[in-house]
Write a protein that binds this ligand. Structure first.
Ligand code: UD1
Length: 418
């Protein structure tokens, strides 16, 4: 099993090109199922999760041509509507094929994603909303069997909580439903706007982009188009965090500052100089030790849960103390015991973590537990005294393209070892 060996103590300096967003690429790939003519997606990051979904969609009989940063799909060869447990269990986002399959073919069998390290993460909201659109849903032997006679019917849907995947699944179902669907309490993450924009290019009628109410007027069919995945705001924030924790200066390019204002505000509060360009962001920590900053994770446009672990890592060596409240997932502090092994001072009380900054961290063998948590361990290792060995980095490969090459280009001493 691959591991990272990181020697701490280097101030990161330089420029890093940000990839397309994993969390946008996945729903966009699922949306390709809706196109009745060939469709092309560009700026697709080369990641394990992307490969899993491409494989799952190819398993439906759809012709998938994946080369470099481009995926081309031709749905005319579709032969089944079945998403097997073997693929779905490795990635929860596989459930995103449910809405498009049902809307276009009136039938889908998709395995339930099952548990996940960062919480129970049910899909009840997805299923309830599809039923409201007229789907008949049965859950049997771990599979969701969804059918509809004729087309789905537009409906007024209010989610009980803000759900990113739920909003995406229902949006992809509603675009082909008969009549108007209103999705209330919709998630407003930039990846949802990206999905809505591609659907519009395909011929869908959607209003309310970037708001919590999406109004969809169903159309009979959608055509192919050529579309490019939005920049990864979480990858952007992660590399800026690497500059902040090491006291360095990093410029992220091919990104968009408007996607992560809440995170940039926190970096400024830490004492960093943040410069925003049209498609780049530079963070200069000027060799200083950051100030610890408190924050609470909430749906977009507030502070994203996917940046919580990385900002916690920066706080760990910060001046003073900070409280971090995690309100999206019930079990998303698994990086805390690992950071503590490196000398961090963190107290967890329910959904709050109180971090008291320490001046130095020491290298230790640690284990990645989930995708974003693994980046927090990389951050800690970049400043720890000595060589840190991070185990189970397959988690990191799910979401960070070319991570060691990108970090090396900024001066980091990082090696993949097996
Ligand atoms: C997406 C992101 C993930 C991010 C999360 C929150 C992708 C591929 N993943 O995950 O990186 O951390 O948004 O920003 O885009 N919930 C229910 N029932 C449901 C659906 C959700 O109870 O039917 C709960 C979840 O357990 C969780 C909360 O709602 O506590 C938010 O989940 P959701 O927004 O759906 O997250 P994902 O779409 O899975």
């Amino acid at each position: 099993m691959d591991k990272f060996l990181i020697t701490g103590g280097v101030k990161l300096e330089g420029e890093v090109r940000i990839s397309g967003a994993k969390n946008a690429a996945l729903p966009l790939l699922a949306a390709m199922i809706l196109a009745d003519s060939p469709i092309t997606l560009n700026n697709v990051p080369n990641l394990k999760d992307v490969n899993t979904l491409v494989k799952l969609i190819a398993g439906l009989g759809i012709t998938m041509d994946y080369e470099g940063e481009t995926v081309k799909a031709d749905t005319s060869t579709l032969s089944n509507q079945f998403a097997p447990y073997e693929l779905v269990k490795t990635m929860r986002a596989s459930i995103l094929v449910l809405g498009p399959l049902l809307a276009r073919y009136g039938n889908a069998q998709v395995s339930l994603p099952g548990g996940c390290a960062i919480g129970s993460r049910p899909v009840d909201q997805h299923l309830k909303a599809l039923e409201a659109l007229g789907a008949h849903i049965e859950v049997e032997n771990g599979y969701v069997h969804a059918t509809v006679d004729g087309r789905l019917k537009g409906a007024d849907i209010t989610f009980d909580m803000v759900t990113v995947g739920g909003t995406e699944n229902i949006l992809m179902a509603a675009v082909l439903a008969e009549g108007t669907t209103t999705i209330r309490n919709a998630a407003r993450e930039p990846e949802i706007t990206d999905l809505a924009q591609m659907l519009i290019e395909m011929g869908a009628k959607i209003e309310g982009l970037d708001t919590d109410t999406l109004v969809v007027t169903g159309v009979e069919s959608l055509h192919g188009c050529e579309y490019s995945v939005v920049a990864d705001r979480i990858e952007t924030g992660s590399y800026l965090a690497a500059a902040a924790i090491t006291g360095g200066r990093v410029k992220t390019t091919h990104t968009d500052p408007s996607l992560l204002e809440s995170v940039l505000d926190k970096f400024e509060e830490m004492g960093a100089e943040v410069t925003r360009g049209e498609d780049w962001i530079e963070l200069d920590m000027m060799g200083k030790r950051p100030k610890a900053v408190s924050f609470r994770t909430l749906p977009h446009p507030e502070f994203p849960t996917d940046m919580q672990a990385q900002l916690m890592a920066v706080n760990v060596i910060g001046r003073g103390f900070a409280t971090i409240s995690e309100t999206i997932f019930e079990n998303r502090f698994m990086h805390v015991p690992e950071l503590s092994r490196m000398g961090a001072n963190i107290q967890v009380e329910g959904n709050d973590a109180i971090v008291t900054g320490v001046e130095k961290l020491q290298a230790a063998p640690v284990m990645a537990t989930d995708l974003r948590a693994s980046f927090s361990l990389v951050l800690a290792a970049l400043v720890a005294e000595g060589d840190t060995l991070i185990d189970r980095i397959y988690h990191i490969d799910r979401g960070y393209e070319n991570i060691e090459a990108k970090l090396q280009s900024l001066g980091a001493k990082i090696k993949r070892v097996s």
